[in-house]
Write a protein that binds this ligand. Structure first.
Ligand code: HEC
Ligand code: HEC
Length: 140
């Protein structure tokens, strides 16, 4: 029993020892630094008056931070400002009329469940140069 335990301990010690000596190697055989550099920190763009749309039907991009607003099944932080009841006092744009339609085009009392998870379609923007050149031409 005792020798078995020692055996296990020795094996464990060998594993720990060899683990730290393992060099990271890429498929092409070059060595890879163990920890890559942290990505550059970027800020969410805050754009007064909103971000111009590239085409008419585009879900407008979010011109402010959203970190503090949560969307769960019961609660939608975005509607504190963007709902029919609150948009005037919060001086925020009201959600589009389309957000009250069900899939058959019938108008609903409340926001359609299809439009509940706002960030499925609306996203904030980070400042930074584009990674690849974009030549998209929107129609107005
Ligand atoms: C505290 C109030 C508040 C909350 C909460 C809030 N917003 Fe806003 N939002 C605003 C205001 C005010 C504007 C208008 C900013 C401007 O035009 O300068 C705006 C603008 C927008 C726009 C741009 C609309 C357009 O026509 O250009 C979108 C999209 C948007 N918000 C989505 C969201 C989403 C999604 C959430 C939740 C994750 C959210 N907002 C939470 C106040 C809020
Ligand atoms: C399935 C995609 C989708 C979802 C989900 C969605 N939207 Fe939109 N939203 C759009 C599109 C597309 C437009 C532009 C056309 C329109 O007004 O319907 C828009 C427009 C808007 C506008 C501008 C309205 C105007 O008249 O200029 C606001 C504000 C907005 N959405 C907020 C929200 C909020 C808040 C939520 C979550 C409760 C949400 N949206 C969920 C697609 C979506």
């Amino acid at each position: 029993m005792k020798s078995k335990l020692i055996g296990i301990l020795v094996t464990a010690a060998l594993f720990v020892g060899s683990g730290s000596a393992l060099a990271v190697e890429s498929i092409s055989g070059q060595s890879v630094p163990e920890k890559s550099a942290d990505p550059e920190k970027r800020k969410v763009e805050v754009v007064q008056g909103g971000i111009e749309r590239s085409y008419k039907e585009q879900p407008p991009m979010i011109p402010h931070e959203i970190e503090k607003y949560q969307i769960t099944v019961q609660n939608n932080g975005c509607l504190k400002c963007h709902s029919e009841m609150t948009y005037q006092t919060e001086k925020a744009p009201r959600v589009g009329d389309s957000h009250y339609l069900d899939r058959d085009g019938k108008k609903l009392e409340n926001i359609s469940s299809r439009r509940w998870f706002c960030t499925q379609c609306h996203v904030p923007q980070l400042s930074g140069a584009p990674l690849v050149k974009n030549e998209f031409q929107g129609r107005k």
